[in-house]
Design a protein around this ligand. Structure first.
Ligand code: MEV
Length: 328
């Protein structure tokens, strides 16, 4: 049993298969080298004290049993994660939790899933409980569903396993494809997307046009399966082609935006083999497959079109217990 632990987990970028994965289909996700850090200290008082400045929670303290609806939005994942862990392992203690993120929660890098993974992994360390990655995934995925209501769990898997993963919705299959840094350039639109709203938007379209939307999902599956093979060989040109195809289908689902398309076209014009939005759509980030020799030209094109270039490496390490605590 430990009294003070720091855990970190990576953010993620969806490469192929967003939205389809919500319906139990496969996707490909990669972990990025920007991480979420969480320090947990055991306390005597039976409360959870949280400081999470990156989600605008400078300080929030409440009884462990506080109903989730009374917890501020930014603190919900932490409180739900603690509750689920205590229920599963029949343990309890007061906690003082502090988080710090290498990345902005607006990027869509999955700060909620990364913090959820950090908290559950940290609690397992604190209480001396051996937890497999799959058991960690199950508690964290339940936490995401408790708070958000929707989600495939792909972001949780990326935060736990790291690398580049083939993931089937709900965690039916999780397989590591590679741990290499991929030839990717990332641009942020400056617009924060709301995943739940966009997932509901696609669900609505699926209800109105089920045959068309299911056919689009089937095409997305073909792209994901093809990408899985190409990623093993890191075939940049072919991956770019698949990114363009996937983007066309996401446009058809109505979740791309002017800002995303603007950066996507700019990147293609600057020499990327292909580009697409990454994640729920509606804003957040786009990714371009391009050799490193083209990065600087694509960066300039992204900036010229109102975006922010994000220097990230992919295939990063999954959740890990840190030797050094984060500053309080
Ligand atoms: C959001 O980043 C990706 C979606 O597929 C939702 C999910 O898989 O949880 C839209």
């Amino acid at each position: 049993m430990k009294n003070n632990i720091t855990v970190s987990a990576p953010g993620k970028l969806m490469l192929f298969g967003e939205h389809a994965v919500v319906y139990g289909l496969p996707c490909i996700v990669t972990a990025v080298d920007q991480r979420m850090w969480t320090n947990i200290i055991r306390t005597q008082k039976l409360t959870i004290k949280l400081a999470a400045p990156e989600v605008k929670i400078p300080k929030f303290e409440a009884d462990i049993n506080i109903p989730l609806k009374k917890v501020p939005q930014g603190a919900k994942f932490v409180f739900a994660a603690v509750k689920n862990f205590y229920k599963e392992y029949k343990v309890s203690s007061g906690l003082d939790i502090k988080t710090r993120s290498d990345f902005s929660s607006s990027f869509g890098f999955g700060s909620s899933s990364a913090v959820t993974v950090c908290v559950v992994k940290g609690l397992a360390e604190i209480f001396g409980i051996k937890i497999s990655n799959k058991a960690l995934f199950d508690i964290c995925y339940k936490t995401i569903l408790d708070v958000q209501g929707v989600g495939s769990g792909f972001d949780i898997a990326a935060a736990i396993w790291g690398g580049t993963l083939y993931f089937v919705g709900g965690g039916k299959k999780i397989a590591q494809i590679s741990k290499e840094n991929l030839p990717l350039t990332v641009g942020y639109t400056g617009v924060k997307a709301d995943t739940t709203t966009l997932v509901k938007k696609v669900a609505e379209l699926k209800k109105i046009k089920p045959k068309v939307v299911n056919s689009i999902f089937n095409l997305i599956v073909l792209i994901v399966e093809d990408a899985k093979k190409l990623l093993k060989k890191a075939n940049c040109e072919e991956l770019g082609r698949l990114a363009n195809l996937n983007q066309g289908l996401l446009e058809a689902l109505g979740i791309s935006t002017f800002e995303l398309s603007n950066l996507i076209y700019a990147s293609r014009g600057a020499g990327a083999f292909g580009a697409k939005l990454s994640g729920a759509g509606g804003g957040d980030c786009m990714i371009a497959f391009a050799p490193p020799t083209k990065t600087s030209k694509i960066k300039k094109a992204i900036e010229k079109h109102g975006g922010t270039f994000l220097p990230v490496k992919t295939g990063a390490e999954g959740v890990r217990v840190e030797k050094i605590n984060i500053k309080r």
